[in-house]
Design a protein around this ligand. Sequence first.
Ligand code: AMP
Length: 410
Amino acid sequence: MTFDDLKIISPILKALHEKNYSQPTPIQEKAIPLVLDRSDILGTAQTGTGKTAAFALPIIQLIEQIEKEHSHRPTLRALIVTPTRELAIQIGENIELYAKYTSVKHAVIFGGVKQGQQVSALKKGTHILIATPGRLLDLMDQGYLDLSTIKIFVLDEADRMLDMGFIHDIKKLLKLLPRKRQSLFFSATMPPSIKELSSNILTNPRKVEVSPVSSTAETVQQFLYYTNKSSKKDLLRHILKDDKIDQVLLFSRTKHGADRIAKTLKKQNITAAAIHGDKAQNYRQKVLKQFKSGEVRVLVATDIAARGIDIDKLQYVINYDIPDVAETYVHRIGRSGRAGEQGVAISLCEPEENTYVKDIEKLIKRKINLMADNPFPQTDKPMTLQEKKEANREKQKRKQEFFANRKRFR
Ligand code: AMP
């Protein structure tokens, strides 16, 4: 199957050719014809499957075909709502490339930066708008945006959107969208709350599903170290002695933890940087560039910050802690092993996290390989007072971060 077979028009084909996309990914094969056919879509797919192009290409094509004859100020035709700024920026960058040889214009709006440039972009007019929910509603309230001309609405990463507390924003937004529209709904997981939300948005949707969440795990080699909280630092140092691990995305549950890990690594002369919601947008972009170019070996990220990162051929993922939600583990390790490369995921588990490992193994229906070479194995020693205090502090921090995140990403 080629993009030509999917009836993609030549200006887009030319851009895809330049980007060396030789053939559509499975989700693109399934979704593109349906979107071009004007169907609503309920898509189960996570980042790394090529889902951005799966909705972006046909949207660009439909707009190009509708608007071609009109050369006046672009009319807003498609709205793409996504939970994080990084993801919004990335979708914008992809559309920029795909639409290069068309007349389709796009703009990106997200919170955490001054609104001036975004407002000017809206004033100039755009066909496609990519937005995070908070800033979108904010600019609408200020009267800079009119959604009445929209024909296509995309809700991306719906599960993450709900996790981040955006449900009210989404409900508010739905009331403001034209009823007659095409809607595309994507989520990595489909728990009942997400299905319910989708049923309020979609009309007779066609289902598109690629690699259900638990199966990504099959393409990634997974290893597990049982260790103690106090020895994770040393264990990480031991793991990173292997210079084959030249570029690694390391997950930390908390922002505070991410900063601490990056600091410790730097002290050990390992190039590292932390990215999370408290870091300025410019800083995050800079660090990401350095990571991609190899200047930074270890990128320490929280789940939310990492969600929007797009790195081709990332091979290694390290879980410095074990996520308490099993699906999060699958999302994390899904960041490795892209583009046909075998990925490697290494997890460090302290006693309090043993039950999370059990949950994960249940979800992925397999045992994670135990690392034989473990100089810091888990001991049955009870936690020292110091460790208990530390664990309590972490717990408090996590709580605070959870509540702060709800506000921050508006
Ligand atoms: P996504 O799932 O949209 O985040 O895409 C994951 C990565 O795959 C991105 O780096 C895309 O540029 C890349 N990609 C998307 N579609 C294709 C394709 N048909 N061929 C090769 N790479 C692709």
